[in-house]
Design a protein around this ligand. Structure first.
Ligand code: SAM
Length: 231
């Protein structure tokens, strides 16, 4: 399967394993991952956040309930919302999630945004799990036609050492443990370059109760809700 599908499948497998009830996808783009996660029966709250409202709206109708969803109401309730905003800013709509996914997001952040990102995601949102994927630049020589970066909008692409140092420092600062893996196996004989996409899975070490975690987090709303569906 193509790499993007392997990344989505990785998230889906993680959801199957840990059964989070509330999942937020940061940098959700055209909501393809959210559309897949909609079918995970453990999920009761699903949210997408992106800085680009137009790309979010392109195919968001896919997140609307179908007639069959009304004819055969499911046991669980499901609320899907899309918010327009930047991951460099805090908003109360980001609170209360069990799992936060950031698939191919961080390499699109400007330096100033990347600086604020850990405090927003790990400090403020503080979910029990965070998944971050990003290109592994060590794999690039194996990709035909790639000169500097895989995509002209990328602000950087990191080696495994660069990503792992950033992730370990972030995890240390906010009380998480992190494990590294990836998708997209290198060809035989080239195993030393690592996965095409590198992935860090962060787990909160000392989960607070959600009440104590959220009581101190008063912040003004800056995000704009662009879509909401209740199943
Ligand atoms: N996660 C999707 C996937 O894996 O298919 C899309 C990844 S796309 C390469 C990166 C997305 O991040 C874009 O939709 C872009 O608009 C969004 N993005 C970039 N900077 C952002 C920011 N500061 N806050 C929120 N989203 C941002």
């Amino acid at each position: 399967p193509p790499l993007y599908k392997q990344r989505y499948q990785f998230v889906k497998d993680l959801v199957g394993k840990y059964k989070p009830k509330k999942v937020a996808d940061l940098g959700c783009a055209d909501c393809t991952l959210l559309c897949m996660l909609k079918f995970c029966s453990c999920i009761e709250v699903l949210a997408g956040i992106d800085i680009c409202a137009s790309v979010m709206k392109e195919k968001m109708h896919r997140l609307s309930p179908l007639p069959v969803d009304y004819l055969q109401p499911a046991e669980r309730s499901l609320t899907v919302t899309l918010h327009h905003g930047s991951v460099a800013h805090k908003d109360p709509c980001m609170l209360g999630f069990d799992l936060v996914t950031c698939i191919e997001l961080i390499e699109h952040l400007e330096e100033s945004e990347l600086k604020k990102f850990p405090e927003v995601v790990f400090g403020f949102m503080a979910p029990s799990r965070v998944v971050i994927s990003t290109p592994n630049s060590e794999f690039n020589p194996l990709l035909p036609g790639v000169r500097l970066f895989r995509n002209p909008d990328h602000k950087f692409e990191w080696t495994r050492l660069q990503f792992q140092s950033w992730a370990l420092e972030t995890a240390r600062r906010y009380g998480y443990a992190v494990e590294f893996t990836g998708v997209g196996h290198p060809p035989r004989g080239m195993e030393n370059v690592g996965f095409c996409t590198q992935i860090g899975v962060f787990v909160k070490k000392y989960p607070l109760t959600s009440a104590s975690a959220q009581s101190e987090k008063h912040t003004e709303a800056v995000y704009k809700t662009v879509f909401k569906a209740v199943y």
